[in-house]
Design a protein around this ligand. Structure first.
Ligand code: HEC
Ligand code: HEC
Length: 254
């Protein structure tokens, strides 16, 4: 009897998790065969140039403090991070924000998630992190952890709230319409395993920040400005939702 109970508890604990793991597909699984092939072909993949530029910048701007790029690859799967500061309660920053902070140490100017140097470094770091498992770190400090949890709760609300002229929530598309064709795209479950992306319709690389704004615009909602706290909270929520999945590296999208 005792063994049966232990067995039942074990099954209950492990089964849903393993089902959830095996049925979670990255955005790459929803691409056309042509785009998938482009992503695998180093010679014609536009991201190859971004990776090369990122390595050059690493050598001139980052290496002196951080050593080899590979030593930083874990950050890719751990961000966004809670940054405590004395002026405010603190805030979430994503990898591109951190790269901007660090770039300013050598070249002071206002770096954004859209600056090409920031994106090149992010693309190269993302490439170095291929295969690593996504794992979001909670802040250790109690007060920071509460503030971090508030951001997670806020994002869960945004994710499930209908918005825009189309009156659709994130979950209505990315959980309830997976695999359905929307214009020329097939709706994926929105796991964040492969950023930054090179999006053909942008003709350039872009961060998750930009991809999320495109989804707001898609439902004709007010688009939050790049870097807004709602976008960072959503990034945290989506990363948490993708926890345990393997990182694809920078990806091609339509
Ligand atoms: C009308 C349906 C729709 C709604 C609502 C919507 N999206 Fe999307 N989203 C798409 C489509 C289409 C794409 C491009 C194809 C894909 O990857 O799913 C996309 C792409 C994404 C991606 C990139 C996935 C990848 O691997 O490239 C993420 C992340 C994402 N959406 C998150 C969100 C969030 C968060 C919201 C709510 C703020 C949202 N979306 C609302 C349709 C929608
Ligand atoms: C002068 C030293 C210095 C240089 C140069 C520098 N960094 Fe940093 N970096 C830091 C410090 C210090 C931190 C710890 C967080 C902070 O203070 O911002 C950090 C943190 C980071 C992190 C976050 C690590 C983690 O997991 O928390 C990343 C990613 C990063 N740097 C990337 C870069 C990149 C990319 C460059 C080149 C543009 C760069 N750094 C250049 C000092 C530097």
């Amino acid at each position: 009897m005792k063994h049966l109970i232990i067995f039942l508890c074990f099954s209950i604990l492990t089964t849903p998790l393993s089902i959830a793991q095996s049925s979670r597909f990255s955005g790459n699984a929803y691409l056309s065969p042509e785009l998938l092939a482009l992503g695998k072909d180093e010679a014609s993949n536009p991201l190859t140039l971004w990776i090369d530029q990122g390595h050059e910048l690493w050598g001139s701007h980052c290496q002196e403090c951080h050593g080899k790029m590979a030593s930083m690859a874990n950050s890719v799967v751990h961000f966004p991070k809670w940054k405590s500061d004395s002026a405010s309660k603190g805030q979430l920053i994503n990898l591109e924000d951190q790269i901007g902070i660090c770039l300013s140490r050598k070249s002071p100017k206002k770096w954004t998630n859209e600056s090409s140097e920031v994106l090149a470094l992010s693309v190269a770091l993302s490439d170095a992190a291929k295969g690593k498992l996504i794992y979001v770190e909670e802040p250790k400090d109690l007060q920071a952890r509460q503030a971090w949890q508030e951001q997670m709760n806020l994002a869960a609300q945004i994710y499930t709230r209908r918005q825009g002229r189309l009156n659709l929530s994130c979950t209505q598309c990315h959980d309830q319409k997976i695999g359905i064709q929307l214009r020329s795209d097939v709706i994926s479950p929105a796991f964040v395993t492969g950023f930054p992306i090179y999006r053909q319709s942008w003709q350039t690389a872009g961060s998750l920040d930009r991809r999320l704004r495109a989804c707001y615009s898609g439902v004709q909602a007010a688009v939050p400005p790049s870097g807004s706290s709602d976008l960072r909270a959503l990034e945290l929520f989506l990363k948490k939702r993708s926890e345990g999945m393997a990182w694809d590296g920078p990806s091609i999208r339509r």
